[in-house]
Design a protein around this ligand. Structure first.
Ligand SMILES: [Zn+2]
Length: 370
């Protein structure tokens, strides 16, 4: 029991040997390490499937785990990397770097780095197998919490006319879509009581980000969409930020397991775009929750030969179209055919349908896409 795996040691040694390498425009060697070694101890008694470990790590994004353990970044670096005080040693100036694309950390102060499993080992001062057990347990609690929260919000939706009115106004009008996407509503002020009644502890609710530090429901007057390992909340009130996620990664592409089987897929920015396209009968649609795809979402799009229709917002400042152009180039480099869908000026797929566009018209936009 408790012997770190060989791959683990290799990664660690590599980190130790390169602790003085300064960050350049490229990733630190530890952060960029993509060794194909299996995690299993070659001669060890226990071995664990590399794929299962990768899955666990995907389900527990490092940033979410860090934040749940009271870490917060002090400042952003480039390309999804963040810097903050090191939670592993007494740090006075930020020396701990987290790469959210690669889900790796490295500390310039204590010279330690690795993935979420390595972090759990160091933070809880346990051996590899115990760290794994802690993470599995943590994932279990997280999942059941998010599942219960989503179920609760879904029940609330049917009790709040204002939520239905909002969905209607955004073109989400069929109960099939609401059920398929498990859309819910967070009125605010009652989730905490419900979950605690089910036996969840307040610290667990805080850790998951469902409840604020002072004990209030984090989502108030928000339409809620369950994601893989997160909940997206869209505010009904103009006074609050429109979009919110729980701490942690937004996860992979929306409903990818179903969508990936289509040879042609439509990629949109938001869940309301996705919803109206579903209602219009386009089931090959997925969503990246923003114009910037994380590394996992990009890998998913490239996981088989296919054509991707990029239907991003056609907003006045051109940011959606600019992002679509960049993505089109990156996809083309990976051998994926990408086509840019031109929506009428000022429209996103949601507003296109809400303001009278229909499936036939959208289909002709797809056909015109280049
Ligand atoms: Zn450190």
């Amino acid at each position: 029991m408790g012997t770190p795996s060989i791959a683990h040691r290799v990664l660690l040694d590599e980190c130790r040997n390169h602790r003085h390498t300064p960050f350049t425009s490229a990733y630190h060697r530890c952060l960029g390490s993509q060794r194909g070694l299996p995690y299993s101890a070659v001669r060890g008694k226990k071995s664990v499937n590399r794929q299962a470990l990768d899955e666990l790590k995907q389900q527990i994004p490092l940033m979410g785990y860090l934040q749940a353990h009271d870490w917060s970044p002090a400042r952003p670096l480039s390309r999804g990397r963040w810097m903050g005080l090191c939670p592993l040693h007494e740090d006075h100036k930020p020396s701990f770097v987290v790469d959210t694309n690669k889900d790796l950390f490295y500390c310039y102060g204590c010279g330690r780095g690795g993935d979420v499993i390595r972090f759990a080992e160091l933070y809880h001062q346990v051996q590899f197998w115990e760290a794994l057990a802690l993470l599995l347990q943590w994932r279990g609690v997280e999942h059941s919490l998010l599942h219960e929260a989503a179920r609760f919000y879904h029940i609330q939706l049917h009790r709040h006319g204002e939520a239905f009115a909002y969905l209607y106004q955004r073109g989400v009008r069929s109960s099939a879509t609401i059920e398929l996407m498990r859309i819910g509503y967070a009125p605010g002020g009652c989730l905490r009581g419900w979950l605690m009644q089910l036996g969840h502890s307040l610290p667990a609710l805080r850790q998951a980000g469902l409840v604020t530090g002072v004990g209030y429901d984090a989502y108030v007057r928000r339409i809620v969409f369950p994601l893989e390992g997160n909940l997206y909340g869209r505010s009904l009130s103009a006074a609050a930020p429109s979009h919110r996620f729980l701490p942690g990664a937004k996860g992979g592409l929306y409903a990818w397991a179903q969508v990936r089987q289509y040879p042609e897929v439509i990629l949109v920015e938001g869940l309301f775009d996705c919803a109206v396209l579903w209602e219009a009968g386009f089931y090959n649609v997925t969503c990246s929750l923003g114009t910037h795809l994380n590394a996992r979402q990009f890998r998913q799009l490239c996981d088989a030969p296919r054509t991707v229709y990029l239907a991003f917002d056609s907003d006045g400042n051109g940011s959606g179209q600019q992002a679509a152009h960049g993505l089109e180039r990156s996809l083309r480099e990976r051998g994926i055919t990408a086509r840019l869908v031109s929506l009428p000026e000022g429209h996103d797929p949601n507003s296109f349908f809400v303001q009278g566009g229909d499936a036939r018209q959208f289909q002709s936009l797809l056909e015109l896409a280049q």
